[in-house]
Design a protein around this ligand. Sequence first.
Ligand SMILES: [Zn+2]
Length: 231
Amino acid sequence: MEMSEDGKKCCARCKKIKSLEEFHRAKGGRRSACKLCRKTEGDPEARRQQKRHFWAKNKDKINKKRKQWRLDNSDKAKQYERAYRAKNKERMREYSKQWRLDNPDIFKQYTKASYHKHKEKNKEVIQKYRENNKEKIKLTVKRWQKLNKEEQRPKRAAILAKYRASKLQAVPPWLGRELKSEIKQIYIDCPKGYQVDHIVPLQGKNIRGLHVPWNLQYLTAEENQIKGNRF
Ligand SMILES: [Zn+2]
């Protein structure tokens, strides 16, 4: 049935029922595709937009249909999904990475929820890992204990400072190996009773300092307190 009784017609392409004026005249009647569909025929961007529009309008219906299909053909669906994943591995990884960067808060919620969901399973995995890697873990603990000795304190302070600075985005990307080791040395050489201080604080009110050698100085705890929030 091409035309309904009330003078309307279903477009062969977009499947919309439209009045006859929206179809071009043709020999013996009207075109099968509506004017809008014919107009966008040779224009890929317009077609894409049309598709997007169609998708947005029929999202629920399409999703329902797809879901039902997946339920009815679960083996085939799994197979398709696996093939798709294998083919688009890199792209999907990039996509998720970008998504995580764009939605840090939602991502945090997800990981939290996922952690609780897999809590028991995680416990099992950790237990198994512990049993299978006893030597390796022993070594790690030893290394950690060594790092925690009193004489390692300045080195630890340097590592911690770098971690904090990186979280505050205060470590410039151009900071090379030499400058990094210079910073470390400043921490290691810190005299007793002094603290390494950022001359311009990394979290200053008006300006933000950088984690670079020329922004570091030694202050006593007292001096540091007096300095307060000058910036
Ligand atoms: Zn149409």
